[in-house]
Design a protein around this ligand. Sequence first.
Ligand code: GUN
Length: 294
Amino acid sequence: MGAVVIDGQAVADRLQAQIAEQVSRLRAQGVTPGLGVVMAGDNPASQQYVRMKRRACERVGIHSVVEIVDASTPQDRVRALVEQMNADPAIHGILVQLPLPAHVDEATILSAVSLEKDVDGFHPVNIGALAMKGREPSFTPATPTGCMALLEAHGVPLSGANAVVIGRSNIVGLPMALMLMKANATVTVCHSRTRNIPEIVRSADVVIAAIGQPFFVKGEWLKPGAVVIDVGTNRVDDPTTERGYRIVGDVDFDSAAQVAGAISKVPGGVGPMTITMLLSNCVKAAQRALGQAS
Ligand code: GUN
Protein backbone atom coordinates (compact mmCIF):
# COMPACT_ATOMS: atom_id res chain seq x y z
CA MET A 1 0.00 0.00 0.00
CA GLY A 2 1.45 3.32 -1.06
CA ALA A 3 -1.23 5.79 -0.05
CA VAL A 4 -1.27 8.07 2.98
CA VAL A 5 -4.39 7.13 4.96
CA ILE A 6 -6.46 10.19 5.79
CA ASP A 7 -7.66 9.76 9.37
CA GLY A 8 -10.80 11.88 9.73
CA GLN A 9 -11.26 10.86 13.34
CA ALA A 10 -7.88 12.35 14.27
CA VAL A 11 -8.64 15.63 12.47
CA ALA A 12 -12.15 15.66 13.99
CA ASP A 13 -10.79 15.11 17.52
CA ARG A 14 -8.42 18.03 17.09
CA LEU A 15 -11.15 20.33 15.77
CA GLN A 16 -13.66 19.22 18.42
CA ALA A 17 -11.17 20.14 21.16
CA GLN A 18 -11.05 23.67 19.67
CA ILE A 19 -14.84 23.76 19.40
CA ALA A 20 -15.17 22.75 23.08
CA GLU A 21 -12.95 25.72 23.99
CA GLN A 22 -15.08 28.07 21.87
CA VAL A 23 -18.18 26.73 23.62
CA SER A 24 -16.58 27.33 27.03
CA ARG A 25 -15.84 30.93 26.08
CA LEU A 26 -19.43 31.44 24.92
CA ARG A 27 -20.78 29.88 28.10
CA ALA A 28 -18.58 32.16 30.17
CA GLN A 29 -20.34 35.03 28.38
CA GLY A 30 -23.72 33.58 29.31
CA VAL A 31 -24.57 31.94 25.99
CA THR A 32 -24.79 28.15 25.62
CA PRO A 33 -24.90 27.26 21.92
CA GLY A 34 -28.08 25.31 21.20
CA LEU A 35 -28.91 22.88 18.39
CA GLY A 36 -32.49 21.93 17.55
CA VAL A 37 -33.08 18.71 15.61
CA VAL A 38 -36.35 17.76 13.95
CA MET A 39 -36.79 14.18 12.85
CA ALA A 40 -39.95 12.65 11.42
CA GLY A 41 -40.23 8.88 11.25
CA ASP A 42 -38.05 6.02 12.44
CA ASN A 43 -35.53 5.47 9.64
CA PRO A 44 -32.79 3.47 11.45
CA ALA A 45 -29.91 5.29 9.74
CA SER A 46 -31.46 8.66 10.67
CA GLN A 47 -31.95 7.50 14.26
CA GLN A 48 -28.29 6.53 14.41
CA TYR A 49 -27.15 9.89 12.90
CA VAL A 50 -29.32 11.83 15.36
CA ARG A 51 -27.96 9.82 18.31
CA MET A 52 -24.40 10.55 17.17
CA LYS A 53 -25.11 14.26 16.71
CA ARG A 54 -26.70 14.48 20.15
CA ARG A 55 -23.74 12.74 21.81
CA ALA A 56 -21.26 14.97 19.99
CA CYS A 57 -23.14 18.06 21.21
CA GLU A 58 -22.92 16.76 24.78
CA ARG A 59 -19.18 16.15 24.41
CA VAL A 60 -18.41 19.75 23.46
CA GLY A 61 -21.01 21.39 25.74
CA ILE A 62 -23.64 22.33 23.13
CA HIS A 63 -27.23 22.16 24.35
CA SER A 64 -29.41 20.03 22.08
CA VAL A 65 -33.16 19.66 21.73
CA VAL A 66 -34.38 16.73 19.63
CA GLU A 67 -38.00 16.63 18.47
CA ILE A 68 -38.85 13.21 17.07
CA VAL A 69 -42.32 12.80 15.62
CA ASP A 70 -44.16 9.92 14.04
CA ALA A 71 -43.78 9.27 10.27
CA SER A 72 -47.49 10.07 9.81
CA THR A 73 -47.17 13.58 11.32
CA PRO A 74 -48.80 16.16 9.03
CA GLN A 75 -46.50 18.55 7.18
CA ASP A 76 -47.93 21.57 9.00
CA ARG A 77 -46.95 20.06 12.34
CA VAL A 78 -43.37 19.42 11.15
CA ARG A 79 -43.24 23.00 9.88
CA ALA A 80 -44.61 24.27 13.20
CA LEU A 81 -41.75 22.50 15.05
CA VAL A 82 -39.23 24.29 12.84
CA GLU A 83 -40.98 27.63 13.40
CA GLN A 84 -41.01 27.05 17.14
CA MET A 85 -37.24 26.54 17.01
CA ASN A 86 -36.84 29.64 14.80
CA ALA A 87 -38.48 31.64 17.59
CA ASP A 88 -36.53 30.03 20.46
CA PRO A 89 -33.53 32.17 21.49
CA ALA A 90 -31.89 29.16 23.21
CA ILE A 91 -31.61 27.43 19.82
CA HIS A 92 -28.97 28.85 17.49
CA GLY A 93 -28.94 26.13 14.86
CA ILE A 94 -31.70 23.96 13.39
CA LEU A 95 -31.27 20.67 11.59
CA VAL A 96 -34.09 18.81 9.87
CA GLN A 97 -32.96 15.22 9.56
CA LEU A 98 -33.41 13.91 6.01
CA PRO A 99 -35.07 12.05 4.43
CA LEU A 100 -38.49 13.29 5.48
CA PRO A 101 -41.55 11.04 5.05
CA ALA A 102 -42.91 11.07 1.49
CA HIS A 103 -45.99 13.20 2.30
CA VAL A 104 -43.84 15.99 3.76
CA ASP A 105 -42.47 18.37 1.13
CA GLU A 106 -38.75 18.73 1.80
CA ALA A 107 -38.46 22.07 -0.01
CA THR A 108 -41.25 23.59 2.10
CA ILE A 109 -39.71 22.43 5.38
CA LEU A 110 -36.12 23.39 4.52
CA SER A 111 -37.29 26.83 3.35
CA ALA A 112 -38.97 27.36 6.73
CA VAL A 113 -35.63 27.22 8.61
CA SER A 114 -34.50 30.74 9.42
CA LEU A 115 -31.35 31.64 7.48
CA GLU A 116 -29.39 32.58 10.63
CA LYS A 117 -30.11 29.12 12.08
CA ASP A 118 -29.60 27.05 8.90
CA VAL A 119 -26.58 25.12 10.25
CA ASP A 120 -27.13 22.35 7.67
CA GLY A 121 -26.85 24.91 4.86
CA PHE A 122 -29.78 23.34 3.00
CA HIS A 123 -31.99 26.43 2.74
CA PRO A 124 -32.35 27.21 -0.99
CA VAL A 125 -31.00 30.74 -0.40
CA ASN A 126 -27.84 29.28 1.13
CA ILE A 127 -27.41 26.72 -1.65
CA GLY A 128 -28.03 29.51 -4.17
CA ALA A 129 -25.35 31.69 -2.57
CA LEU A 130 -22.96 28.73 -2.60
CA ALA A 131 -23.59 28.32 -6.34
CA MET A 132 -23.03 31.99 -7.22
CA LYS A 133 -19.80 33.82 -7.77
CA GLY A 134 -19.17 36.62 -5.29
CA ARG A 135 -21.80 35.39 -2.80
CA GLU A 136 -21.20 33.59 0.45
CA PRO A 137 -23.79 31.37 2.14
CA SER A 138 -24.39 31.79 5.91
CA PHE A 139 -23.52 28.11 6.32
CA THR A 140 -22.34 25.26 4.11
CA PRO A 141 -23.58 21.64 4.39
CA ALA A 142 -21.70 19.55 6.92
CA THR A 143 -20.51 16.58 4.86
CA PRO A 144 -18.93 18.46 1.94
CA THR A 145 -17.54 21.03 4.39
CA GLY A 146 -15.95 18.11 6.26
CA CYS A 147 -14.43 16.82 3.00
CA MET A 148 -13.00 20.27 2.27
CA ALA A 149 -11.55 20.43 5.81
CA LEU A 150 -9.89 17.03 5.31
CA LEU A 151 -8.37 18.18 2.00
CA GLU A 152 -7.15 21.36 3.68
CA ALA A 153 -5.75 19.48 6.69
CA HIS A 154 -3.68 17.37 4.27
CA GLY A 155 -2.52 20.36 2.23
CA VAL A 156 -4.16 19.14 -0.99
CA PRO A 157 -3.97 21.89 -3.62
CA LEU A 158 -7.35 22.54 -5.25
CA SER A 159 -6.83 25.59 -7.42
CA GLY A 160 -6.59 24.34 -11.00
CA ALA A 161 -6.88 20.68 -9.90
CA ASN A 162 -9.19 18.27 -11.71
CA ALA A 163 -11.80 17.16 -9.20
CA VAL A 164 -14.32 14.43 -9.94
CA VAL A 165 -17.38 14.12 -7.70
CA ILE A 166 -19.27 10.84 -8.03
CA GLY A 167 -22.88 11.39 -6.93
CA ARG A 168 -25.16 14.41 -7.24
CA SER A 169 -27.31 14.31 -4.09
CA ASN A 170 -28.54 17.54 -2.53
CA ILE A 171 -26.82 16.55 0.72
CA VAL A 172 -23.35 15.73 -0.61
CA GLY A 173 -22.60 15.59 -4.36
CA LEU A 174 -24.15 18.86 -5.46
CA PRO A 175 -22.85 21.12 -2.65
CA MET A 176 -19.48 19.32 -2.85
CA ALA A 177 -19.15 20.21 -6.53
CA LEU A 178 -20.09 23.84 -5.79
CA MET A 179 -17.55 24.09 -2.96
CA LEU A 180 -14.77 22.63 -5.11
CA MET A 181 -15.65 25.11 -7.85
CA LYS A 182 -15.47 27.96 -5.34
CA ALA A 183 -12.00 26.66 -4.46
CA ASN A 184 -11.08 27.03 -8.16
CA ALA A 185 -10.95 23.32 -9.00
CA THR A 186 -12.12 22.11 -12.42
CA VAL A 187 -15.07 19.96 -11.45
CA THR A 188 -16.78 17.03 -13.17
CA VAL A 189 -19.85 15.44 -11.61
CA CYS A 190 -20.56 11.78 -12.40
CA HIS A 191 -23.87 10.11 -11.61
CA SER A 192 -26.02 7.09 -12.43
CA ARG A 193 -26.43 8.11 -16.10
CA THR A 194 -22.78 8.95 -16.70
CA ARG A 195 -21.40 6.65 -19.42
CA ASN A 196 -17.68 6.47 -18.88
CA ILE A 197 -17.06 6.90 -15.16
CA PRO A 198 -13.72 4.98 -15.01
CA GLU A 199 -12.30 7.11 -17.83
CA ILE A 200 -13.44 10.35 -16.17
CA VAL A 201 -12.08 9.27 -12.78
CA ARG A 202 -8.69 8.59 -14.43
CA SER A 203 -8.38 12.34 -15.14
CA ALA A 204 -8.92 13.29 -11.49
CA ASP A 205 -6.36 14.73 -9.10
CA VAL A 206 -9.06 14.61 -6.42
CA VAL A 207 -11.91 12.06 -6.32
CA ILE A 208 -14.92 12.45 -4.02
CA ALA A 209 -16.97 9.24 -3.93
CA ALA A 210 -20.54 9.84 -2.74
CA ILE A 211 -22.66 7.45 -4.72
CA GLY A 212 -23.83 5.07 -1.97
CA GLN A 213 -22.57 1.83 -3.53
CA PRO A 214 -20.05 -0.34 -1.71
CA PHE A 215 -16.63 -0.74 -3.39
CA PHE A 216 -17.83 1.21 -6.46
CA VAL A 217 -14.54 2.99 -7.27
CA LYS A 218 -11.72 0.62 -8.20
CA GLY A 219 -8.01 1.19 -7.84
CA GLU A 220 -7.41 0.71 -11.57
CA TRP A 221 -9.66 3.71 -12.32
CA LEU A 222 -7.38 6.09 -10.43
CA LYS A 223 -4.58 8.30 -11.65
CA PRO A 224 -1.45 7.40 -9.64
CA GLY A 225 -1.12 9.80 -6.73
CA ALA A 226 -4.77 10.93 -6.77
CA VAL A 227 -6.35 12.01 -3.48
CA VAL A 228 -9.50 10.02 -2.72
CA ILE A 229 -12.18 11.07 -0.25
CA ASP A 230 -14.69 8.32 0.43
CA VAL A 231 -18.07 9.59 1.66
CA GLY A 232 -19.75 6.17 1.49
CA THR A 233 -21.25 4.53 4.57
CA ASN A 234 -22.59 1.20 3.35
CA ARG A 235 -23.53 -1.85 5.38
CA VAL A 236 -22.27 -5.14 3.94
CA ASP A 237 -22.98 -8.55 5.44
CA ASP A 238 -20.12 -9.91 7.51
CA PRO A 239 -20.91 -13.00 9.58
CA THR A 240 -17.48 -12.77 11.25
CA THR A 241 -18.59 -9.65 13.16
CA GLU A 242 -20.84 -9.62 16.21
CA ARG A 243 -23.44 -7.43 14.46
CA GLY A 244 -23.37 -9.52 11.27
CA TYR A 245 -22.37 -6.56 9.11
CA ARG A 246 -19.61 -4.03 8.69
CA ILE A 247 -19.46 -0.52 7.30
CA VAL A 248 -17.57 0.02 4.05
CA GLY A 249 -17.14 3.00 1.76
CA ASP A 250 -17.90 3.66 -1.91
CA VAL A 251 -14.25 2.95 -2.77
CA ASP A 252 -12.57 -0.44 -2.98
CA PHE A 253 -10.02 0.63 -0.38
CA ASP A 254 -7.50 -2.18 -0.87
CA SER A 255 -7.04 -1.69 -4.61
CA ALA A 256 -7.34 2.12 -4.38
CA ALA A 257 -4.68 2.38 -1.68
CA GLN A 258 -2.18 0.77 -4.10
CA VAL A 259 -2.57 3.64 -6.56
CA ALA A 260 -3.79 6.72 -4.67
CA GLY A 261 -1.50 9.29 -3.08
CA ALA A 262 -3.90 9.61 -0.13
CA ILE A 263 -7.22 8.03 0.75
CA SER A 264 -9.70 8.54 3.58
CA LYS A 265 -10.74 5.67 5.83
CA VAL A 266 -14.25 4.26 6.26
CA PRO A 267 -15.29 4.27 9.04
CA GLY A 268 -13.27 7.02 10.70
CA GLY A 269 -12.90 9.30 7.68
CA VAL A 270 -15.62 11.67 6.53
CA GLY A 271 -18.21 10.56 9.14
CA PRO A 272 -16.61 12.19 12.20
CA MET A 273 -15.84 15.29 10.12
CA THR A 274 -19.52 15.70 9.18
CA ILE A 275 -20.50 15.84 12.83
CA THR A 276 -17.63 18.19 13.63
CA MET A 277 -18.70 20.65 10.91
CA LEU A 278 -22.24 20.66 12.27
CA LEU A 279 -20.89 21.52 15.74
CA SER A 280 -18.70 24.21 14.22
CA ASN A 281 -21.67 25.74 12.37
CA CYS A 282 -23.68 25.71 15.56
CA VAL A 283 -20.95 27.59 17.44
CA LYS A 284 -20.72 30.06 14.54
CA ALA A 285 -24.48 30.67 14.78
CA ALA A 286 -24.21 31.32 18.54
CA GLN A 287 -21.24 33.66 18.05
CA ARG A 288 -23.19 35.59 15.43
CA ALA A 289 -26.21 35.81 17.72
CA LEU A 290 -23.86 37.43 20.26
CA GLY A 291 -22.65 39.86 17.61
CA GLN A 292 -19.27 38.15 17.35
CA ALA A 293 -19.27 37.89 13.59
CA SER A 294 -17.41 35.07 11.86
N1 GUN B 1 -29.34 12.72 6.24
C1 GUN B 1 -28.16 12.18 5.86
N2 GUN B 1 -27.16 13.07 6.01
C2 GUN B 1 -27.71 14.19 6.51
C3 GUN B 1 -27.19 15.46 6.88
O1 GUN B 1 -25.99 15.75 6.79
N3 GUN B 1 -28.08 16.35 7.35
C4 GUN B 1 -29.40 16.07 7.45
N4 GUN B 1 -30.20 17.02 7.91
N5 GUN B 1 -29.92 14.92 7.11
C5 GUN B 1 -29.08 13.98 6.64
